[in-house]
Design a protein around this ligand. Structure first.
Ligand code: PRP
Length: 220
């Protein structure tokens, strides 16, 4: 039987996803110690893992080389691929915002208003829907630097604790998406061909998340 391949986003999301998978009995020992390997087995042979860059998770799932992926809603929106989004895992929660200097920023209607972002597609759609023409400057990290060095007027980026904005004298000007958290996405064909194991996984994860929510409510 061909294993169900799960694409994990390297970094913060992978750790939390593995912890959750282990809680429902999926052995992640091999993928927890990756070394330079990129494909990892699991003792039952029912599943296997690939570790990829977060922004590549939707690509692997869309092409069907991974059946399931876990990625942030921000990445899924930016990639905008035809995947089934079956579950909100609730962690990695943050907001997608426009941020800049609290005052003295140029207006979006000013000529050559520039937005620095890792999310050019989301930015284009967000401003486009409001009929605003902007210039997008694509960055791959440290986006907050944009307004500080005069590369852009504002940034469109995720805000988790708000620490990076505060440390750089910037603040949220608009919220673009309120709840950007980790989602489980599934390849449309895989849901048919490997439906039983995928549904087992989704149901077990949902039950575990519900159990944790109930436990938290009891404790508070
Ligand atoms: C992300 C994001 C912000 C920061 C927000 O960057 O792009 O810079 O985290 O988090 P905070 O509100 O808790 O400060 P990341 O750490 O992924 O690094 P990057 O800038 O290299 O993309």
């Amino acid at each position: 039987m061909e294993p169900v391949t799960i694409a994990l986003a390297k970094g913060r999301l992978a750790d939390k996803t593995m912890e959750l998978l282990e809680a429902i009995g999926v052995d992640c020992a091999e993928v927890r110690n990756p070394g330079r390997k990129l494909v990892f087995g699991e003792p039952t042979g029912r599943f296997r893992f690939i570790l990829v860059k977060p922004s590549d998770v939707p690509t692997y799932v869309d092409h069907g080389v991974a059946d399931i992926g876990v990625a942030g809603k921000d990445t899924l929106m930016e990639e905008n691929r035809p995947l089934y989004e079956l579950l909100d895992l609730g962690f990695g929660r943050c907001r997608l915002c426009v941020a800049g200097f609290p005052s003295g920023s140029r207006a979006v209607t000013d000529a050559n208003f520039r937005v620095a972002t890792k999310y050019p597609n989301i930015a284009r759609e967000y401003y486009g829907a409001r009929g605003q023409t902007i210039e997008i400057i694509k960055l791959n990290g440290s986006v907050e630097l944009g307004p500080l060095v005069g590369l852009s007027d504002v940034i469109l980026d995720i805000v988790e604790s708000g620490g990076t904005l505060r440390a750089n004298g910037l603040e949220i000007l608009e919220t673009v998406v309120e709840n950007v958290s980790a989602r489980v996405v599934v390849n449309c064909v895989s849901l048919k061909t490997k439906g039983e194991r995928i549904r087992f996984l989704i149901d077990a994860l949902s039950a575990e998340l519900a159990r944790r929510r109930a436990q938290k409510e009891e404790g508070s």
